[in-house]
Ligand binder design. Structure first.
Ligand code: CMX
Length: 428
């Protein structure tokens, strides 16, 4: 058995023991109450899911297993996937075995390129990514074995096979999309001597050769990997997989959710905001001028992109990690300088704006990520969500493998009509 498979197997036993204890302590214990506002309001604040890959704390941000962002941001994405799915970082030997396994599976079938090259020239890169994965659905090991008849307790093993096949092909697929959509269409071959993110950088073929870009990509792929279970893309992916639609269907569905402007697309809006400031006021803008500019934007009824969060109540530690990277690698970049100046003025303005109604005046991850990509030569905004997607697929895969391993049933909350609410609840 491979180390990752063994790690997941052991992790599932631990998780199942915990669940057994939880159920023994009180299967019917109430967790949260749901009010009418919440059933009409996107279920915000309703605690209704268990997700054991990661957790977002309002004050300390993203946790993966026992690790906070500070404690995992220096790792490789492969180590992060191992952590998400087994609860532990791999030993050096297990990591090498896992990377080797991914290399063996990296070849993207020719028909995927045929599908992608036949799309209209202006197809969005996220459509290409989602479609590229969906087009490989006939390769699903889970589907093949399910049709033969497998025991429920083994579902996760075939879901893992699908996950490894998808993850292994992602750098080639994402880079190929970039080259078809924004370049001359000539693909660069996968290099099995490179790691997962190193390969993505190599196959993108962005001609600046700066080592820091590879470091940035590694950090980017680590920081966007997962954000617990209730966000649009992770939840969508889990719902689809809970119907035993295989991981190709589930990953493609999750990516379709990520493609929305309220979710994965927000990072490109932040960069546009910063570029506009650069164009109108330059990176030499004074603090007073910047404050006036930000207030003008707010008074015109717009939000300050990159600030605020539905869960976080502090500066997103992922923002802090990107800021540190910028200080160390591109402190003279115009975009970085403006993003940093915004950080020094925006929180105080937001704290006092709208009579303190803005729940979190601090920056989220999107306030910095696009500025860094732009500085290192990746200037096509439309492509940024693809990178977010490459990273987030790790979370989709890990969440679905664990859910299958724990025998979680199909997800099916109950909905009601207005009439039902009026007749059954005292709200007339
Ligand atoms: N600029 C101006 N106003 C803001 C604001 C911001 N950055 N953040 C919140 N507000 C406003 C809201 O629009 C809302 O106003 P109304 O009641 O008039 O509609 C009020 O403050 C209260 O909102 P909230 O409870 O603080 O925030 P929500 O949980 O409703 O929304 C978010 C969270 C992220 C959508 C919001 O902060 C926002 O629009 N931020 C800017 C866009 C952005 O950065 N998106 C990326 C999010 C990254 C992620 O989710 O991972």
């Amino acid at each position: 058995m491979s180390s990752i498979k063994e790690g997941i197997h052991d992790h599932l036993i631990e998780l199942q023991e915990e669940i057994d204890c939880i159920f023994t302590a009180g299967r019917n214990t109430k967790v949260s109450e749901v009010n009418i506002g919440q059933i009409y309001g996107g279920m915000r604040g309703v605690v209704a899911l268990a997700c054991n890959t990661s957790y977002v704390d309002p004050y300390s941000g993203l946790h993966i297993g026992d690790y906070t962002t500070d404690n995992f941001s220096h790792k490789l994405p492969e180590e992060i996937f191992f952590l998400l799915s087994t609860g532990k970082f791999p030993e050096a030997e297990s990591l090498a075995e896992f990377q080797n396994d991914l290399n063996q599976r990296a070849q993207v079938p020719q028909y995927v390129w045929d599908v992608l090259r036949n799309l209209p020239r202006d197809t969005h890169p996220m459509t290409m990514l989602s479609l590229g994965i969906l087009s490989m659905e006939n390769e699903s090991v889970f589907k093949r074995e399910y049709q033969k008849g497998i025991e429920k307790r083994n579902y996760w093993k075939y879901t893992l096979e699908d996950a490894l096949n998808i993850l292994a092909k992602l750098p080639s697929l994402a880079a190929g999309i970039y080259r078809i959509r924004f370049g001359n269409g000539v693909l660069i071959a996968h290099d099995s001597k490179l790691d997962w993110s190193g390969n993505l950088v190599h196959m993108l073929g962005i001609p600046d050769g700066d080592k820091s870009f590879a470091d940035l990509m590694r950090l980017y792929l680590v920081l966007h990997c997962d954000h617990e279970g209730g966000n649009v893309s992770a939840f969508t992916s889990r719902v689809v997989n809970s119907a035993l639609s295989d991981l190709y269907y589930a990953v493609s569905a999750g990516l379709n959710g990520l493609a929305g402007p309220l979710h994965g697309l927000a990072n490109q809006e932040c960069l546009q905001f910063i570029l506009k400031i650069d164009e109108q006021l330059s990176d030499q803008v004074s603090e007073e001028e910047l404050k006036a500019y930000v207030l003008d934007v707010l008074d015109s009824g717009k939000v300050i992109p990159g600030y605020g969060h539905a869960v976080l109540r502090v500066t997103d530690p992922r923002f802090t990690a990107f800021m540190k990277f910028g200080e160390e690698n591109c402190s003279n970049s115009s975009c970085f300088k403006i993003a940093k100046k915004l950080f020094s003025v925006v929180p105080d303005i937001l704290k006092n704006y709208k009579e303190g109604k803005i729940a979190n005046p601090y920056p989220n991850v999107d306030a910095m990520s696009g500025s860094l990509l732009h500085h290192f030569g990746l200037k096509q905004f439309d492509y940024y969500t693809v990178l977010f997607g490459v990273s987030r697929v790790m979370g989709f895969c890990a969440q679905n493998i664990l859910a299958q391993g724990l025998g979680q049933p199909i997800i099916r909350p109950k909905s009601v009509t207005n009439k039902w609410v009026l007749e059954n609840l005292a709200v007339k």
